[in-house]
Design a protein around this ligand. Structure first.
Ligand code: NAD
Length: 521
């Protein structure tokens, strides 16, 4: 492991051109103890520009020793950071917030360059991340304990919440800025130190954030970034000095992280994949429902864990709704993020794009009807980038692959059912339970849905009900392993533990030995 540069000089390669330190193409290293540190093993992964299909840079893959170095830096920084006053920590959180806001366009450029999302979507992601930084500036209020005076004669009891120590975050490719902010904002505001293992597919945003945190005055070692694959993840899960792990990603990996992390005695919250249903009742406003379905189905090329994947069309609404969605699809402007008019970009890798496109074959082979085939889009045929046009599959049923799998791309499926009860049963029988939505003009039906649906986040005429930062984010069933949701109040709970103090200040001369169990009455 070699330190290669002073902070702020070249942590995150320039998004265009990608000429980072030490290599002909950009080369992304780790961030440990406030410094850029080059991986020593030589293991690296490619980082693509999804709009061109070319390898734009490479990222170091950490060894267990390199993860260990990051944990050691975080452990060394912990005593000083947890002792830093709440007002100083708040001041730093404000500074981070202001720097991210001021430099959001540069951050967005990293997202476009490596994830492929268009600038408007990248800026939207950052805006939602900023909400978490804003929430964390309220940490003095959020960490207030409570106090019970005179629980017995001259005895008081109070609860304080203290940080856990070194905590880690493992994040997915689809929100390379927002999901790390979901985690580290509350974690460090509460006094923990942090090791981030971002997705190896789009790692530059985390390096840029590390530089901003450094500039904001976060002490060295409080925030560290190690890149890599399963080797780095397993080193985090096995490390005895890591107290807690927050994970966001696919369900099989979430389950693995939860089982391994908790077996090793860590506190774990592991958010998994999704299959989000949007029920449209016959009384819904068709135009509003079709606009919502298109925004929520194809925004960010469908690579959102809260994307609508399946429309459940109830009764007579199906034909006009499918027609209204179909009519809107050719108007979606698909292109690279460098095109200011583009509304939807490419998918993250060729492998993923091809898997997503494969449902346009398996769907009809299993009896569904392809209404719009994204492979007909010129960019799918002619570009080297990982583009796929907006696709729509109708007459899907629950045993088909297009329904059973999380497609995670711009392929929206429609299931037709006869009744509301059938629609809700379908949602509740699905193994995932992240988000769901209902579109109706009937308040009673909406309330009944909110009451009985098995999902963690529910939208009523709102297709992507991502909670604001002062609530918490989490799904049910296979969409979340662990009991605390992410960010917001439950995030504060996750990153702190309670200490209950029972205190007595006796008058001199009143002390006596009592071998009985303490009683308050
Ligand atoms: P992923 O599970 O492939 O990767 C997530 C993280 O786990 C990455 O950092 C990756 O390096 C690591 N990882 C991958 N394979 C691993 C392995 N075998 N062992 C150990 N670590 C491994 O997920 P992704 O493709 O990056 O992201 C998309 C998935 O994330 C989708 O399923 C999506 O629904 C989900 N997601 C969920 C939420 C949520 O809040 N529930 C939010 C965003 C994304």
């Amino acid at each position: 492991m070699t330190q290669v540069a002073e902070p702020r000089s070249s942590g995150a390669p320039a998004p265009a051109g990608g000429t980072g330190a030490g290599s002909a193409i950009g080369h992304i290293h780790h961030w440990i103890g406030g410094q850029i540190v080059e991986g020593a093993s030589g293991r690296r992964g490619p980082v693509y520009d999804p709009a061109t299909g070319k390898i734009a840079r490479e990222v170091d893959f950490a060894t267990a020793d390199e993860v260990g170095a990051a944990v050691a830096a975080a452990k060394a920084a912990f005593p000083g950071w947890r002792a830093t006053s709440l007002s100083k920590r708040t001041d730093i959180m404000f500074k981070i917030r202001n720097l991210v806001e001021a430099r959001r366009k540069e951050l967005a450029a990293h997202l476009t360059a490596e994830h492929g999302k268009v600038p408007s979507d990248a800026l939207g992601e950052i805006a939602r991340g900023l909400e978490n930084l804003e929430f964390a500036t309220g940490v003095p209020n959020l960490l207030k304990g409570n106090f019970s005076e005179q629980v017995s004669t001259g005895v008081d009891v109070y609860q304080i919440r203290q940080p856990l120590g070194v905590v880690a975050g493992i994040t997915p490719f689809n929100f390379p800025a927002m999901v790390p902010m979901w985690m580290f904002a509350n974690a460090i505001a509460c006094g923990n130190t942090f090791v981030l293992k971002p997705s190896e597919k789009d790692p530059s945003a985390s390096m840029f954030l590390a530089e901003l945190l450094h500039e904001a005055g976060v002490p060295d070692g409080v925030f560290n970034v190690v890149h890599g694959d399963k080797v780095a993840v397993d080193a985090i899960l096995d490390h005895p000095d890591i107290a807690a792990v927050s994970f966001v990603g696919s369900t099989p990996i979430a389950r693995y992280i939860y089982e391994t992390g908790t077996k090793n005695g860590k506190r774990v919250q592991a958010l998994g994949g999704a299959k989000n249903h949007m029920i449209v009742l016959p009384d819904a406003d068709i135009s509003m429902a079709a606009d919502a379905a298109v925004s929520a189905g194809y925004g960010s090329a469908g690579e959102r864990c809260m994307a609508i994947a399946t429309i459940v069309a109830v009764g007579s609404v199906a034909d006009p709704l499918v027609a209204a969605i179909k009519e809107r699809l050719p108007k979606i402007n698909i292109g690279p993020g460098t095109d200011p008019a583009a509304e939807m970009g490419p998918l993250v890798t060729k492998q993923h794009r091809d898997k997503v496109a494969s449902y346009l074959d398996s769907g009809p082979a299993q009896g569904a009807t392809v209404v719009a085939d994204g492979r007909e889009h010129p960019l799918y045929k002619e570009s080297e980038g990982f583009f796929l046009g907006a696709s729509l599959i109708d007459y899907v049923s629950t045993e088909m692959d297009a329904y059973r799998d999380e497609i995670f791309g711009p392929v929206l499926t429609v299931i037709r059912v006869d009744t509301y009860d059938e629609a809700v049963r379908l949602v509740n029988d699905n193994p995932y339970g992240n988000g769901t939505a209902i579109f109706t003009r009937d308040g009673g039906a909406a309330r009944q849905f909110q009451f009985e649906v098995q999902a963690g986040m529910v939208g009523i005429n709102v297709p992507i009900p991502v909670p604001v930062a002062y609530y918490s984010f989490g799904g049910w069933k296979s969409s979340l392993f662990g009991d605390l949701h992410m960010y917001g109040p439950e995030g504060i709970q996750f990153y702190t533990r309670a200490k209950i103090v029972t205190s007595r200040w006796p008058d001199p001369g009143t002390s006596k030995i009592d071998l009985g169990f303490p009683r308050t009455r």
